[in-house]
Write a protein that binds this ligand. Sequence first.
Ligand code: NDP
Ligand code: MG
Length: 385
Amino acid sequence: MRRIAILGSTGSIGTQALDVAARHSDRFQVTALVAHSSSDRLFEQVRAFRPQIAALTVEPASIPEDIKDACEWMFGEDVLLRVVRACDADDVLVSVVGIAGLAAVMEALSCGKRVLLANKEPLVAGGELVTEAARKAGHPLLPVDSEHSAIFQCLQGAGGNRPERLILTASGGPFRTWSREAIYTATKEQALKHPNWSMGRKITIDSASMMNKALEVIEARWLFDMPAERIDVLIHPQSVIHSMVEYADGAVMAQLGTPDMRLPILYAMSWPERLPTGGKRLDFEALSALTFEKPDLNRFPGLGLAYQALACGGTMSAILNGANEIAVDAFLHDRIRFGQIAQLVEETMASVPVTQHPTLEQVFESDLKARARAKELLATSRFAI
Ligand code: NDP
Ligand code: MG
């Protein structure tokens, strides 16, 4: 029986993790549930899973009588850290959004808990520190992001052979075939319609701009200790191949499956064992074709920024991430055009100083400076709609 804490339990990844935990209730015990403000959803989850701790950053007006004494309740801005410290979990699934998960990831590792990582922004912002902390803790970071889970799966049984190249696949998102001009003025509704995956709003916008793939290139650099020039991105609109690994002899290993996050979530939870997810199986006879395209950096300039950030090193990836969080939020609040997301990130990257080999405090400092600079730029006439 593995005891698991779920940070971000009411979100897209969190609810799917609870779905697989319920399916395998003989294997997983949910010990902590944490969300931001979705209190009604959290109350339902407490009724169903009876955790040791339930927590929200925003305190609800009241807790329903029937579950008031069912568990320990925690509220406030710092609940992620408090829950990580107090819960008696073996594993912590970090599935909150944005850099908010970074301190919790570091705390979980320093408490000796295993980290199952869906939340990619902590690795983007603080990859060097997070991977070093995992090494010291003696636990592998178990990737939940489907591409990184695919690579992790392709590396099982590699017998010490290091891959020569990682190939991250990308669906291309809803604007794969659109012109640069049309993408520039795409609406929120258009950007929120992902062709293959149903996910939270932030990652859905990132997928449409391909900034998600930029974050994933940086994530892969740290998870697999691979230099950026050996990480390729390949558009594969069917999302059947979730990513690939190429070895010295030219052999390419790929992981295939239907686009269903429950597989990578459950694989991280049960690794190295494989358990049924309850999802659909891949039907090869029903697949008409698997196709591949080179990504177009002219139409999706955000992707190129990942390689620039990695070439620069230090806190540049944290600056990219912080600026992107502000840009996505501004787009979702109708303050900028879709095409201005990458523009805002690029301009912020050009004007915030970088710290090499940062401490955790310096990562947060760069993140705050990037956010402040992005907001300053947003207030200029160039970013007015
Ligand atoms: P959602 O927006 O659907 O869910 C986010 C969850 O985190 C919610 O439970 C939310 O609570 C909670 N939350 C947000 N901020 C805080 C905070 N500061 N403290 C406590 N809880 C918080 O996001 P997704 O599930 O889509 O994504 C989660 C992470 O996983 C992201 O980093 C994303 O990039 C990554 N990921 C997601 C995939 C997917 O398929 N969805 C695929 C691969 C990676 P509330 O409901 O109360 O707001
Ligand atoms: Mg992904």
